[in-house]
Design a protein around this ligand. Sequence first.
Ligand code: ATP
Ligand code: MG
Length: 1012
Amino acid sequence: MKEKKQNIILELFKPYVPKAVTSRILEGKGSLPSERREVTVIFLDIKDFTHLAERLDPEEATDILNRIFQPIINIIYKYEGSINKFLGDGLMIVFGAPYSHENDPERAVRASLEMMESIERNGEIEIDNKKIKLRARIGVNTGLCISGEIGSPTRKEFTIIGDTVNLASRLQTNVKPGEILVGEKTYQRVKDNFIFSRPHKLKIKGKQNLITAYIIKGIKKITTSQEQKRNFYSTFVGRKEEINILINILRKSYKSKGQIIKIIGELGVGKSRLIIELTKDKLAQNFNILSTDCSSWEQSKPYAPLQKIFYRIFEIKFEDDIRIIEKKIEEKINSIDSSLLFAVPYFSRLLSAKITPLEELMGKSREELNLFIKAATKLFLGLSIQKPVLLVVEDIQWLDDASLEFIGYLYRAIAEVPIFIICSFRKSLQKAEFLSEIKSLEILPLAKDESIKLIKSLIKDEEIFVAIKENIASASDGNPLFIEEITQGIESKKLADISHFQIPDTVQSIVSARIDLLPISSKEVLYQAAVMGRDFELSLFQKVTQIENALLLNILQELKNYEFILEKETYPRKHFSFKHSLIQEVAYNSLLYKTRKNLHFQVGLTIEKTFLTNLETKVEELAYHFKNSNHKEKGIFYLNKAGDKAQSLYAFKNAINYYLDSIKILESTEFEKEQLARLSEIYNKLAFSQSIIGERKESETNLTKALEYCRKIRDKDNESLILMNMGNLYGDMGKWDKAIEYFKRSLLISEEVNNLRRKARIIKSIGLAYLFKGDTERGYKYLKESLTLCESIKAEEIYIMVLNNMGIYYDIVGEWRKALEVYKNSLAISKKNNNIIEMSNTMGNLGFAYSSLNKSEQAIYYFKESIKISERIGDIYNKGINYIHLGEEYLRKDKFKEVKYYISNAEKIFKELEDKLGLADIFKLKAILCKKQKDWERSEEYFKRAIKIYSQQGDRLNEGETYYEWGDMSILKKDADSARKRLIISKKILGSIGARKHLGEIEEKLNKLEKY
Ligand SMILES: Nc1ncnc2c1ncn2[C@@H]1O[C@H](COP(=O)(O)OP(=O)(O)OP(=O)(O)O)[C@@H](O)[C@H]1O
Ligand SMILES: [Mg+2]
């Protein structure tokens, strides 16, 4: 009977000898040599099992065997151990023979824990109506032994013998059911990874001395990510010079001289690792280290890498709803820089994804559109006051456009604060001259001796190391990723094979070979993970795979052991990440096209189901997955949504990408009415984003398409919106007649559909267009009409814009008192609404009007107020403009010292912003200053430079005024010819745009000149 039971077990086990093991045995061909080697042996015994099994009928017995042993087999199989013997009530399992892994003791202990857990869970059987719980005892021991084949040539058996084996068996008999006892040597090898009892002294049969053993209590949780990294990465080699360079820069930034650098290098050459090593430096520990990365699928997602950092800064949790998010943001901003509280809605919009309709966006001022970037910059500056900031943005070859703009803006603002920005950048994927002007540090491959050092640290077996180091060093070309990947598992190869072992020539093929070695189920899990992206969140992944949780965790643990993935415990929730993006790329690319599409669809659906209540936060992910699936409908839907979200965040380039993608799919479908309506709408939104970033030709073409589609389906409402957009576009181009034409067509339709708000907006736009065209009186009439309409429909946000346009009118026609009146009115409303941008603009305008009225004191007051607000919101541009105004004001009073002071402040700003018009204003101011100081030559030089820019940029008003000033200078210089020439040009230009400010004076001066 006993014999029979054992046969059942044998049958059961046969197919389960780990594939990796069998294949390695097969690889070895011929027979296995006898050898001494270190092994870890497990004895597992299920108490009384055979005895109890005898009382069962065979069918029942098989059933129980399946239930209890199958999971155990899976576990052994997972850790690549082998079952060496079947003993009466249990098994002898060996790790390290016939083939070994560098962490066999750890594998053995993990397997033991899991087997024990599994038996505790499944071990209940019923015999004679009595429930009995089967319990196991496990002993584990590590040490040298003799391994080899014994038996006759026909019936060979692989076995190991020696004291190590005996002791393991003794340990097992000395432990209580439910416990695992390990010997001293095993303990020494794994004590960092597991929790153990205090040492037990045991007297063991056949041993003279007491031996020491330990009971395993559990797995040690690796707490900090730093610690995890230390355990995880290979010994750091070389890079002394690079580290020094970085530390020097770090030091500078520590002394409030903000720095930025990009680290460039090929895939896997060690950019990320270098940064990790830098962050371990003592000085770096004084920094608030904020690191984030970009990934290929997030290239369109607005502020993708920044979002991750904001989650950390604001301590937002995954499950927080919008109210909690807002509260957290508010509290945190208050503690960093309370003057930024106005920007809370911008941050919360970024993290919660509210969508603003196109029409509302069209009414926003350009200043507002830039506000988020400014506020975020200020936030970082504020953070750096609390503690120096080290901002790491990895893999910027995948940086989205909005973040690119942000980094460009931020680094220009850090000159005097302790911020160090490091961007890493994979060379082969270089985007066209990314931030080309900033310093870069190129990481070159490791030198040969460094490679060898790294190889040595990775291959513990001296013989294997010696046999293969040269091969690896030369094949890897000094790429540490290559070295790491190729040395993975190399020790489990036989020495004899190593000498003619063919090293693959790319790191991709190594990774792909490593993946091929995985058991099929794990491989599949790895592939599925690859579709989710570089990072994947556990609970979501579980839903995608639909693998039972414990089993999935086991598989992930295995993938971790093989260093394919890492576990991360960071915000917002526990997740896993591919150890290197390359592994994800290779796994992803191994998938069949069709499978990949299906998986994307699966992932998309799961996300949809999981995030039902806050889908908006996931639209980019959904857009990505459905775009890559076969489900066109959903792809279009989410791409469009993602575009809207980007546009609402003023991330226009990102929005363009999404809209273009969405259109591409849409145009590949059948056009029915619904598709046409959609196409028209998306083209309109696309055109709007394009017009904002200055892609005017494209914008025009797309508006034409939008118009075409919407006329086919007679969508009036949309048509008027498109026409308005068209009008705005022509206005931006200075084509006022065309703009007016489109506005008027739009007006007609919006009257037809009775959309009053839109009507108010359009009338305002017509008025403004007339003003700029030079038909000031007609412009005034329209503005007035819009104002009345706004009042009657209580459209305050439009009202305030109209007021400011009125101010422009009064300014042009020289009625500054009236200008003051409307500006004050507008200021009151924006104060009431806490609309800080309008406040700042209006104060500047007020200063300007006062200045024109020669009320210098009030002018200076308002300019300075406007500067204060600009500082609060980080609006550097407006600050610069007001510095110029202040300079002009002091120039009028001949206070040259102040003038120079403000000029230099403004100059710094506009140089940093590379703002041409701002620089032209400065040249003009300098020219007038030189004029007053009678430095004719330099004055003329500056006039020329200012005029050149104004004319290039189409700023007629300033061009005309500068000619006037130049003419005036020529008079002082007593160069009548030149004076006449400049004044006439000025008159012509100013006349053509209906600007009266200097016309009288010009006339007077020209008359005087005639008399000479
Ligand atoms: N100097 C080094 N010493 C030891 N190991 C290194 C060294 N540099 C890199 N490595 C190891 O090589 C692997 C690849 O390095 P890393 O991830 O830093 O490359 P990378 O340049 O950032 O690649 P990618 O372009 O994909 O971002 C990592 O596992 C890392 O630990
Ligand atoms: Mg990297």
